[in-house]
Design a protein around this ligand. Structure first.
Ligand SMILES: Cc1ncc(COP(=O)(O)O)c(C=O)c1O
Length: 363
């Protein structure tokens, strides 16, 4: 018997940040600074929900109605233009399913979140990469890649893994210069951490736009990565179509309840922002003493360049792993001699800094 053919998958699959170090001999706690998760965990309000006896025998609300309402209250937007997903990942997947077919073109910045290119490729579309300038997205280079077949432009702002970002006026200019029928997807995954006055989130700028779609996640500052929950915001017609193709119970009950509480806890969010700023500055400064340079502070991670350092990125990564600390390698993103470091909690960051000093004492 010869089984029917399935899709040929001719692209690299997603490899998440490492979470174990098999070569580590001694038993010690692993410090995982490789996946841009929340430094402070989740809000106490979320923890209170998790301690409750939540019934699991009934299907969840398949429209995530209460959560969408909370989102619309907090962000002053229309709950009918919100769709929730099992992580923003799932929304990216559904957008590609909805908009793309074989022969279509999608543009992504050359160093960008890998799931845009992966889901677009699965849908049969061709992915074109727009060159960045000094690891920053270039509007000019995106426009240069546009052709008759272009359907979607994906970008994250701030961008993962580079940590750079487009200013509000640059995003507006991109939308103006793109053909009107091309969907611009702006991923706001890290927007909460942003302090620069020249920056504005995609949602803030394009709330009423018909050809911009916004992605948001609960996996970063809200600390709900394990629950898999995110949301998308766009024109009602797109949302209706996404609801048509969405798996019926894609967002579980516990995730919905926790996300509602997470949104309410402004105190926790502000604490997380302060923590991130304090440690980003401190870590950046310490790394510079050893000629490891990084992007201007933006999200909850830093892209570290080893181009001026005595050690290569690989050598530093190995030395850290021997000490139980994992950073994200950047070769899978096509960035040579760099590592990405997520800002951790107080003790993780202190340990990182003390190991950093020890490593360079012996170089
Ligand atoms: C830019 C960006 N978008 C989306 C995601 C995925 O978010 P989620 O956990 O909601 O699927 C990530 C995760 O690292 C990310 O960096």
């Amino acid at each position: 018997m010869k089984l029917t053919k399935f899709k040929e998958l001719k692209f690299k699959s997603y490899k998440p940040g490492k979470y174990e170090i098999p070569s580590l001999k001694e038993k010690r706690k692993i410090i995982k600074l490789s996946a841009n998760e929340s430094a402070l965990g989740a809000s106490p309000k979320v923890k209170a929900i998790l301690r409750n006896n939540i019934s699991t025998s009934k299907y969840p609300d398949y429209t995530s109605k209460l959560l969408r309402k909370q989102i619309s209250t907090k962000f002053k937007c229309d709950s009918n233009k919100v769709i929730c997903g099992s992580g923003s990942d799932e929304i990216i997947q559904m957008l590609c399913q909805l908009f793309l077919a074989k022969g279509d073109h999608v543009i992504v910045p050359e160093f960008s979140f890998l799931m845009y290119r992966i889901y677009a490729s699965i849908s049969g579309a061709k992915v074109l990469f727009s060159k960045e300038k000094n690891y920053k997205i270039s509007v000019d280079n995106i426009i240069k890649k546009v052709n008759k077949k272009t359907k979607i432009v994906f970008l994250a702002n701030p961008n993962n893994p580079t940590g750079t970002y487009l200013y509000k006026n640059e995003l507006i200019s991109l939308r103006k210069r793109l053909r009107k029928d091309i969907l611009l997807v702006i991923d706001d995954a890290y927007y909460e951490y942003m302090k620069d006055q020249n920056y504005a989130s995609g949602l803030k700028i394009f709330k009423n736009s018909k050809n911009v779609f916004i992605l948001r996640t609960f996996s970063k500052i809200y600390g709900l990565a394990a629950l898999r929950i995110g949301w998308g915001y766009g024109d009602k017609k797109i949302i209706d179509a996404l609801n048509f193709i969405k798996p019926p119970f894609n967002v579980n009950e516990i995730a919905q309840l926790c996300a509602i509480e997470a949104l309410k806890d402004n105190k926790f969010i502000n604490k997380s922002i302060k923590h991130n700023l304090y440690w980003s500055k401190k870590i950046k400064k310490n790394l510079e003493q050893f000629d490891i340079y990084s992007n201007k502070i933006s999200a909850n991670f830093l892209l570290l360049s080893f181009n001026h350092c005595k050690l290569s990125a690989v050598a530093f990564e190995k030395k850290l792993e021997k000490r139980g600390i994992i950073l994200r390698e950047m070769n899978s993103y096509g960035i040579d001699n760099h590592l990405r470091l997520t800002i951790g909690n107080n003790s993780e960051n202190q340990l990182f800094l003390s190991e950093l000093k020890k490593i360079f004492k012996n170089v």
